[in-house]
Design a binder for this molecule. Sequence first.
Ligand SMILES: [Zn+2]
Ligand SMILES: [Zn+2]
Length: 285
Amino acid sequence: MYCEVKPKAKYKADLHCHTTASDGILTPAEIVRLADERGLRALAITDHDTIEGWVEAEKFASQVGLRLIKGLEINTDWKGKEIHILGYGPGKEKGSLERFLEELRRKRVDRIEEILAKLSRLNIHLSLTEVKQYAKGQSIGRPHVVQAMMAKGYVSTYQEGFEKYLKIGAPAYVPRAKLTPTEAISIIREAGGVAVLAHPGNNVSQEEIQKWIEDGLQGIEISHPDHTPNQKKKYERLAFRNGLLATGGSDYHGPRVKPGVELGDWGVDLELVDQLEQLIISSRL
Ligand SMILES: [Zn+2]
Ligand SMILES: [Zn+2]
């Protein structure tokens, strides 16, 4: 029987990936299986604003003997830029994290309702229930509004819907509820997790990072597909100088989502995973 052998990943641990619980293509079980096939020994699941993939991932990870780190990625806004904060291992005050995620979900639904009210003034009539059908239990967002518009024949392409009505400056645009990086850091820390700045790239200055370190930031993502060798070096130095964890991961969203990006080809070695786990334990004491 022909059996596809997956090429081995470059790293033993990948600390950044997404599943169907947010905008990934593979289910938590499938991503754990892929990690195992690619020879990874540790994996962190970091879905956007949700921890719903954890239970399934944990079950399958223990079956294949993979070290699973429970994580999430929180989108924040800072001076017009989108800054992502990764949280690893939050769980001490589980209630506080869940309350926060619930609040985020509520804000997302409020935003969609505002968009629908604006659309109805433009003679586009959609109900929240209709839009929810397209979210299929995932976080509701503008893409689902466009899908509902297409299904009812208001627009013929996705791009038309987005450009004409929903992008920034368009007549039915409603900004997202704002959360600052500092707020995300404190939510993660209060829940007993470790807070890490995701893929800073060109997006932030050293002064901004220094400020977030004072606010409780404990690590910077260094190894990431979007980073140039120079950015890697710059953030490595910054992490070293400040005694921060230098984390890394592929930000994998599924096969063929980003050509050339495979699970485990960006990441960290197992020593870093030990350090991260130690920090998670001490955060909970
Ligand atoms: Zn991100
Ligand atoms: Zn991500």
